[in-house]
Write a protein that binds this ligand. Sequence first.
Ligand SMILES: [Zn+2]
Length: 454
Amino acid sequence: MQLSTNRIGSPFRFEASWLLEHECDVVIRNFWCSTTADLPQKLELLGKMLQSWGSLVKKQRRKFKIDLEQRLLIVPPALVSRICCIPLAKSKPADVLIWRCDNSGIYSPKSGYKLLMQENNHISVSDTEVQESILHSFYIKLWGLNLPAKCKIFFWRLLNNFLPTFVNLQYKRVQVRNTCPLCEFAAESTDHLLFLCPFIKQVLSSVGLPHPPANHSSFYKDAFAGWFVNSNAKQQMLLVITYWAIWHARNKLIYEGSLCSIPTTSTFIQAFILETESLAGISTLKPVPKKVKWFPPDSSTIKLNFDAAFNNSTNTSVSGIVARNSQGLVLAACTFPHSAVADAFSAEALACESAVTFASDLGFRSVQVEGDSLSIIKKLNAATMDRSLISPIISDIQTLRGSFDNITFSFVGRQGNMVAHELAKLGIQLSEPMYWMEEVPMQVERLVLRDLPP
Ligand SMILES: [Zn+2]
């Protein structure tokens, strides 16, 4: 933004990064109110003052960086970069206790028990992460199988020990014998059904399935999930159907007294799998995806859409922001780079913060901030205090709410946030923050036109 040219020194250039300093508008307002001169002279003086103030800010930032680097010289470089990625709140919120063993940040007896169990079983944090990733893959594979929902839900209940096995009924103080009705060999617990029951092992062999490996740990769920994940897709399908069919045969035996033999169960499984495969061929009807669109705000509100592009290898991100009115016309847009960003989640939170700061600097009083990161929007609308790793950024955004008469945060699907998304992508190629007033870069224009109301 070229305002005027100084007679002495370099031409005046309004640095976009000044807008990120919270005191920028105060500095300008104070100077403007306290200076008496005619307009051209006042503008020229303002330019000089801003230039000297800007260089002071730059010096302070540089000094802070050098100080920090010197203080961090004793720490290994890998740790330094991780420390630098920790978001710090500008709003200086009060200290709070955060329980890191639960995602909510709040202590619960359940999370305490989990921690004690981990310690007693000498499971390290990395072991827990591995187990979580195995279970994650297990659920992805299970829910992705082309099988009736009843079979998949049954299998999920089995693995999570939610079935009314005799051992579980006894645990709930129901007076029953706990012997497995299928083999009459041992107590009917979930790990007996999964790993040990001789009847089930024979049914598995009869349909050509291998036996799950013997489970020597108390974590049968992880052991079975790991084995399931490493089986091929056909085996996974067959396994789910086999356990589902065996459980039904077991119920028939208990409640109707009908004998369940291995050949009958095996024939039923084979017939069921054939039927499922033939149905899979016909069912080609795919659910029609819901169309997500950008909608303009009401006439008294400005809508700001934000999105982030994150580079994992450099820990940098770019915020893309666009402000539009009720007619869908662009009032302003910007791309803003960030360094030392821990992850994509922090990048989204920073993009939201940049959008709110941008709206405040532009003097908008009633705004709707919209993004496609549901968790960030939920955190901003939550009545309770956020205790996650990005809580300093959330706290800063909440503090900025005071700059507006009215501000709301809403979620929109990716298709309704394409302008901000493209701006963020475009920003990757630009090293400096970029601002556009009443227009957007050429590459994004077609998306703005697409969003225009009919
Ligand atoms: Zn048994």
